[in-house]
Design a protein around this ligand. Sequence first.
Ligand SMILES: Nc1ncnc2c1ncn2[C@@H]1O[C@H](COP(=O)(O)OP(=O)(O)OP(=O)(O)O)[C@@H](O)[C@H]1O
Ligand SMILES: C[C@@](O)(CCO)CC(=O)[O-]
Ligand SMILES: [Mg+2]
Length: 388
Amino acid sequence: MEVRTRAPGKIILSGEHAVVHGSTAVAAAIDLYTRVSFRLLPPSEGDAGSVELELKDTGLAFSWPSSRLKETFSFEAIGPPLSPTPRPCSPEHSKLIASLVEEQNIPEAKIWLRSGIHAFLYLYTSIHGFKPGKVVISSELPLGSGLGSSAAFCVSLSGALLALSDAFSIDRQTKGWLELELSELELVNKWAFEGEKIIHGKPSGIDNTVSTFGGSMIKFRSGELTHIRSSTPLRMLITNTKVGRNTKALVAGVSERVLKHPDAMAAVFRAVDSISKELSVIIESPTSDDVSIIAKEEKLEELMEMNQGLLQCMGVSHASIETVLRTTLKYKLASKLTGAGGGGCVLTLLPTLLSTKIVDKVIAELESCGFQCLKAEVGGKGLEVCFS
Ligand SMILES: Nc1ncnc2c1ncn2[C@@H]1O[C@H](COP(=O)(O)OP(=O)(O)OP(=O)(O)O)[C@@H](O)[C@H]1O
Ligand SMILES: C[C@@](O)(CCO)CC(=O)[O-]
Ligand SMILES: [Mg+2]
């Protein structure tokens, strides 16, 4: 039996980084997905089989003989890797996994894949031990660009692994895409969070939570999710600066600034918290006509600009992001970075009454700078599962 899963990426409308330090953030799923297919392989005679991973986006495939995994994890200090409940990857466990990743000779140019492969091995062996199996992963999301590719990777992977485990009492004969029960989604989210810890270092959990549960829009603070409903659909342009960056390093950079300037940074995080709270109230506020829609969108634009200013204070903007901000401002459009920053993606609010002609002009100018503009629906389903 094979299981397929898909989990969405996300945009953060306000509160990235500050959310790691306890502030409120507002985010939504987008309709770009990471997809996983997984099947357990029958061991052949005289051979215990292998755990195989194919990463379609990079054209790379990896394989670990089950016997090699067994031998590595026989190290007494960590005990068997199988775990019925989500738990963090201990430093000893992490060292053993790092040695298994090391053996794979990942090309130097793709060394950034290491953390994802590390998370894969941790989740696979924790949920299925050394059982041979094959996992194939592909994504519509740009990787390492602020749209939550790491969370979509961990959620779709955890969902697929759990769907073929004893942890789920799901009817595997049902055809088509299924949404899981709340308790099953919660379990997926917890495992995905452990995977995100391996990739991000110190994640807030917002990305995996949005990817797991989806919904129209969410407010997130200290692990708590509240669904909010936008009274008018928001149109966002996503511009990928194509400048590569790494969330773990950016999150660590902000923590260093907190150590150096604790009072100033606490004030910055408080300001972000207020912005996110106000943003969520405005998003939910009813609109009756064009005048009230324009007023609402102007407030949202101002809050996005204020949040961007504070992200600059945190040291996570980038010259490429500033170029996008300057370009969209020429058309009186407000933008902010989304996700970890340092390059990656920028959000621009496209007001409801903005003409298609202007949108096309902005996109053409941004693309002439070498950036890539993406159109994505804001809000949508979280993790889905399909058996075949
Ligand atoms: N489809 C995929 N195939 C292989 N590895 C992936 C895939 N998606 C994510 N990854 C892993 O996640 C890492 C990118 O995660 P990172 O958190 O830096 O960026 P992001 O999640 O796209 O952005 P943000 O965290 O700002 O939303 C990659 O380096 C890789 O290890
Ligand atoms: C930068 C950050 O706030 C969002 C990354 O999408 C990190 C996190 O919350 O885990
Ligand atoms: Mg990430």
